[in-house]
Design a protein around this ligand. Structure first.
Ligand code: KG4
Ligand code: ZN
Length: 338
């Protein structure tokens, strides 16, 4: 009987090859992330085939490194948790097949994890989770408000109808000729600009908790285009600040409305865009003094990593959920059905 629960997490859904070891669901023993960003930069986005090839090259090294840093062997592992989806299918397959091979060779239980559940559970490595809980998930592929009445239960109460918040950041960044991924660059420029340019906010129907960012993205493109036609200069920092303020106004207000309507005890923020300085500051301000606890992970836990997959895997493991050798990468995996 193993006294401690030790889980190896594996994540390869997009452009980070990652492995991590988590003890008893909350204690991080190691966290190794090999980023491919440099290889995708010159294409202005993630190229799926290049991503798969990098994962194949990196996965064994990254897993060994995570095991070494944590000082654990395969005999110590209680389970191997891997991202099943959503993500790029060829990329997911590398992680899933590695996890299956190791689980089979060493006779270790295999756990399938939803990538977004992972982003949410990154928070548990820092702060105990209090239910009912609301999670604002803002990443490159997702913008969702998720209600959780208990561990491992997910109800999507709001989501984007078009672009994800991160996607909007990346597209606007491309228009401004900034390198990929654009989010961090816009964030930085926004700190130096003033939000003096008028841009729309998509509130949608009065009670809607859904989001829409494609109109805002087009408005930014039009603003630049019109200025160019008139021969006028637009300060890119001001445009970044105005765009960022529009995104944040809607994200913060809808999160607050949802938190009140669903009477949650805690709001946890998750996903790559949670690294945004402006968003972090405005959420902190909005929830201050409301009695609703706000949790935002440190920057290194916001973007893709495997610690979050091991942490979410621990919940599934304790619920008795096990994946079989039939596990496959599932690019469209549904969180509510998970
Ligand atoms: O969660 P993540 O690492 O990958 C997905 O699962 O999508 O999120 C990546 C996204 C990218 O769109 C990136 O531009 C955005 O997160 N991002 C940011 C910031 N840091 C990363 N967006 C705004 N501000 C940031 N500081
Ligand atoms: Zn992600």
């Amino acid at each position: 009987m193993k006294s401690d629960e030790i889980i190896l997490g594996i994540e390869t859904s997009c452009d980070e090859t990652a492995a991590a070891i988590v003890k008893n669901g909350t204690e991080l023993l190691s966290n190794v992330v090999a980023s491919q960003i440099e290889s995708h930069k010159r294409f202005g986005g993630v190229v799926p085939e290049i991503a798969s090839r990098h994962h194949v090259e990196q996965i064994t090294i990254v897993i060994e490194e995570a095991m070494d840093q944590a000082g654990v062997t395969f005999e110590d592992l209680s389970a191997i948790a891997v991202t099943e989806g959503p993500g790029l299918v060829g990329a997911l397959l590398v992680g899933v097949n590695s996890a299956k091979a190791l689980a089979l060779a060493h006779d270790i239980p295999l756990i399938a994890v939803h990538h977004i559940a992972g982003h949410i559970y990154a928070n548990r490595l820092m702060t105990p989770m209090e239910f009912p809980l609301l999670s604002l998930v803002v990443s490159g592929g997702h913008t969702e408000l998720i209600y959780m009445k208990e561990h491992g239960s997910y109800e999507v109460i709001g989501e984007t109808r078009d672009d994800a918040a991160g996607e909007a950041y990346d597209k606007v960044a491309r228009t401004l000729k900034l390198p990929y991924p654009g989010g961090p660059h816009i964030d930085k420029m926004a700190q130096e600009g003033s939000s003096s340019i008028e841009l729309p906010r998509a509130w949608l129907e009065p009670d809607s908790l859904d989001f829409s960012f494609s109109g805002l993205k087009s408005a930014v493109i039009n603003t630049l285009h019109n200025a160019k036609q008139r021969g006028e200069e637009i300060n890119p920092n001001d445009l970044a600040a105005s765009f960022q303020e529009s995104v944040i106004d809607v994200l913060v207000e809808k999160t607050y409305r949802a938190a009140e309507a669903y009477e949650v005890k805690q709001v946890v923020v998750a996903g790559g865009v949670a690294a945004n300085k402006g968003l972090r500051a405005r959420l902190t301000e909005r929830f201050d003094g409301t009695g609703i606890q706000l949790a935002i992970p440190p920057l290194w836990l916001c973007t893709d990593n495997a610690a979050m997959i091991a942490a979410a895997g621990s919940i599934e493991y304790n619920k008795g959920k096990r994946a079989t050798m039939k596990l496959n990468g599932n690019p469209g995996l549904d969180l509510e059905a998970f």
